[in-house]
Design a binder for this molecule. Structure first.
Ligand SMILES: Nc1ncnc2c1ncn2[C@@H]1O[C@H](COP(=O)(O)OP(=O)(O)OP(=O)(O)O)[C@@H](O)[C@H]1O
Ligand SMILES: [Mg+2]
Length: 381
């Protein structure tokens, strides 16, 4: 098994159907038709890996591939589109003119709106004309972090329908929510863009990925931890990497398995770092929810958090969008028990005991069975 990049296994596990879909769309583009794809999925689910895997097919089909990744560290106007479109060595007259305009704009302390509009119109022209000589694919990654000017260009173009001879793929996490991005998604949806929601890996693919990463069969203890990843490949990689780096991964009779539980501490810390993008309010409430267990009822959490139910929903909607919790009627379920455990173990011990005491009261009041109430009381000591 060869590897392409740190932590990346190759070929992709469990994504044959999605890759086939994208390959087919690429072939459609090579045939002249334009297609836009909105590829959405929770953090670490494998969006970048999937679009990376298109490189080979693009080469085979002689489709030119332009890619760029948005970053909130690069918020200046057109950062995303410049990265994607302005890196060619031989430039057309339009590209030269646009490059000169951008140089002037970036030298200004404040960029006037009409100049932004002029550059935006030129980027739109560039996007329209790129496919004139040869089909191409444009992959814009992490558009939830895109600069606003690039989003405006994409928004404007949506009114014209798919770009000719182009497969355009926008990848995004559902969180953070940005109204400018929501407008782009709505406009492209009206223009017939395809939505591809990348779901977590199946249980079988999760184990297969872990086996690739450790290089052989895996044992029951490691399987148990993998079952808490909810099929998120980044968490699978985190589990294996942490087990290995802490020396908890051992091989007996050709089977790789973990020993002890000390390695779960650094794993918890890593998982908590992965969740930071959700913001403090969401994490605080999810931490409180973690005391109630893998699944919980919103009104119980509201009692525990001493907040109205509606406020809890409002806060947790980001956790829901991010796939950290899933709604099942009035009940919410953690999508990855690994995350619940990491949040629970991250609570200050005094606070955790106090939360268990409150949970006992809230659950008794809500008519929960005596043994559930007493299990909370025990952990409140
Ligand atoms: N199907 C897969 N098979 C093997 N490894 C995978 C697969 N999907 C993702 N990975 C691995 O999981 C990790 C996270 O994947 P990736 O970066 O593609 O996720 P993402 O959805 O782009 O995340 P983000 O929301 O942070 O951009 C990487 O180490 C990647 O190599
Ligand atoms: Mg990514």
């Amino acid at each position: 098994m060869s590897s392409s990049g740190p932590g990346r296994t190759w070929p992709l596990v469990g994504r044959a159907a999605e890759l086939d879909d994208l390959d087919e769309l690429l072939a459609t583009t090579a045939g002249g038709q334009g297609v836009t794809v909105l590829l959405e999925g929770e953090a670490g689910v494998g969006k970048s890996s999937l679009v990376d895997a298109l490189r080979g097919s693009a080469r085979l089909l002689d489709v030119q591939l332009s890619t760029a990744r948005a970053s909130s560290m690069r918020p200046w106007p057109f950062a995303l589109l410049s990265d994607a479109l302005m890196q060619t060595s031989s430039r057309t007259a339009l590209e030269l003119e646009l490059a000169a305009l951008l140089d002037t704009l970036y030298a200004l302390p404040v960029v006037p709106a009409d100049e932004i509009a002029r550059a935006g119109a030129m980027f739109a022209d560039l996007l329209r004309s790129r496919g004139a000589t040869r089909p191409w694919a444009l992959v814009l990654e992490d558009v939830h972090e895109s600069d606003t000017a690039s989003l405006e260009v994409l928004h404007g173009l949506a009114h014209e329908g798919a770009l000719h001879h182009a497969l355009v793929i926008l990848t995004m996490r559902p969180v953070p929510y940005r109204p400018e991005l929501a407008a782009v998604v709505a406009a492209w949806t009206r223009a017939g863009a395809r939505h591809l929601e990348l779901r977590p890996l199946s249980g079988r693919a999760t184990v297969e990925l872990a086996e690739h990463l450790v290089g052989g069969d895996i044992g029951p203890s490691l399987r148990g931890t993998l079952a808490t990843t909810g099929g998120n490949p980044r968490f699978v990689a985190d589990v294996v990497r942490t087990a290995r780096s802490t020396g908890a991964l051992v091989t007996v009779d050709g089977v790789h398995d973990t020993t002890g539980s000390e390695w779960l501490l650094p794993l918890d810390e890593l998982v908590r770092r992965r969740l930071e993008y959700l913001g403090n309010d969401v994490l605080l409430l999810l931490g409180q929810a973690s005391v109630l267990g893998t699944s919980f009822v919103m009104s119980d959490l509201a009692l525990l958090a001493r907040e109205p139910v509606a406020d809890c929903w409002r806060t947790l909607r980001h956790g829901l969008a991010a796939g950290v919790v899933r709604a099942r009627g009035d009940r919410l379920v953690f999508g990855h028990d690994l995350v619940r455990a990491a949040l629970y173990n991250g609570l200050d011990p005094d606070e955790r005991r106090a939360l268990h005491a409150q949970a006992a009261v809230a659950l008794r009041q809500a008519g929960a069975p005596a043994q559930i109430v007493s299990s909370h009381l025990e952990r409140a000591r």
